[in-house]
Design a protein around this ligand. Structure first.
Ligand code: NAD
Ligand code: IPM
Ligand code: MN
Length: 348
């Protein structure tokens, strides 16, 4: 029985980059089948909801999900529950995808695409382990009016100890498979959620005496990320801090078009997506870098399907294409989305 991959292309450049990732998967000759469904603004236009029941059902049935991106300013006026972004948040919550792995490494040859000096950029090879189903994203939200009659907005930042402990374990386990160093990023000098976070991470660390644990405040971490990203091995952090730090890490590694991600439930089920969004400014022009989506497909094979060998082959093909000079515009080149994927396919 072939394994089922759900493809949810979404909006903007989402369909452009997932089409190339699917092409790469199809080229490998694996025992896979694919089903596509609309998500985000595309699903809202078609059905009136950004995450229609049939799309959620497909995601549940599938062995793994390959996701593009959602969102467009056209939907800014909608009630929050109907905005495209609710589709990805809903999928993460409904599928219990609490652990987000966001690897950032500089592919040889991209030193000059990085926002950092080449010798500093060359050292970047880290993984951000981002908690994905809690924090200020999923706490109580409200809009109202203060006693003085001022408009007010609230988003509750909240974690419980079980949520922190399970993502901490993912952080320690990830560090174990790499350089053995885990940096927990928080704001414990100001936030109660962060003090709980730090307390629990320290408690869990007793189970991992072989991993060297450090702690860093998020503002310092943002500074250290551009001062010397090579100092980090694995970073474990909350949902909001991880979102921001991963976009920052991407420009250290050359482009946001290079960073893949895996969202995992701890049992093997996963959703895989580039860390970037729908990039409305370049959508429909064939300018998007498909590497992040293609590398997400590699993570899908490795983490959900147990196919490490073809995953390695995809990553090696991306590396070889880049060494060979393949560059989309974000990397300082002129290749189209399709031509960049062709350059990667040639190396497969
Ligand atoms: P974005 O990541 O879409 O784009 C930021 C910048 O990076 C843009 O200039 C864009 O052109 C560029 N960029 C992004 N991906 C690229 C690629 N593959 N190749 C080349 N250049 C690329 O972030 P944004 O502009 O803040 O958000 C646009 C929309 O995407 C919003 O609606 C936002 O909510 C949504 N979004 C969705 C996801 C997701 O679906 N997981 C993630 C982030 C943002
Ligand atoms: C991401 C995105 C999402 C997030 C948005 C679109 C909800 O920025 O996947 O990084 O904040 O998690
Ligand atoms: Mn983001």
């Amino acid at each position: 029985m072939p394994q089922l991959i759900a493809i949810l292309p979404g909006d903007g450049i989402g369909p452009e980059v997932t089409a190339e990732a699917r092409r790469v998967l199809e080229t490998l000759g694996l025992d896979l089948r694919f089903e596509e469904a609309p998500v985000g603004g595309a699903a809202y236009d078609a059905t009136g909801h950004p995450l229609p029941p049939a799309t959620l059902d497909l995601a549940r049935r599938a062995d793994a999900v390959l996701f593009g991106a959602v969102g467009d300013s056209r939907y800014d006026g909608l009630a929050r529950a109907l905005r495209p972004e609710q589709a990805i948040l809903g999928l993460r919550k409904e599928l219990g995808l609490f652990a987000n792995l966001r690897p950032a490494k500089l592919f040889a040859g991209l030193e000059d695409a990085s926002a950092l000096r080449p010798e500093i950029a060359a050292r970047i090879d880290l993984v951000i382990v981002r908690e994905l189903t809690g924090d200020v994203y999923f706490g109580l939200k409200s809009r109202g009016t203060t006693a003085e009659g001022l408009r007010e907005g609230r988003d509750l930042m909240r974690y419980d100890e079980a949520e922190v402990a399970r993502i901490a374990r993912v952080g320690f386990e990830t560090a174990r498979t790499r350089g053995g160093r885990l940096c927990s990023v928080d704001k414990a000098n100001v936030l109660e959620t962060s003090q709980l976070w730090r307390d629990v991470v320290i408690e869990v660390s007793v189970e991992y005496p072989d991993v060297a644990l450090t702690h860093m405040y998020v503002d310092n971490a943002a500074m250290q990320m551009v001062r010397d990203p090579g100092q980090f091995d694995v970073i474990v952090t909350g949902n909001l801090f991880g979102d921001i730090l991963s976009d920052q890490a991407s420009m250290c590694a050359g482009s946001i078009g290079m960073l893949p991600s895996a969202a995992l439930d701890g049992s093997g089920k996963g959703l895989y997506e580039p860390i970037h969004g729908s990039a409305p400014d370049i959508a429909g022009q064939g300018l998007a870098n498909p590497a992040a989506a293609i590398l997400s497909a590699a993570m899908l094979l490795r983490h959900s399907l147990g196919m490490a060998e073809p995953a390695d082959r995809i990553e090696a093909a991306v590396a070889a294409a880049i060494v060979g000079g393949a560059r989309t515009r974000d990397l300082g080149g002129t290749l189209s989305t399709r031509a960049m994927a062709d350059a990667i396919l040639t190396q497969l």
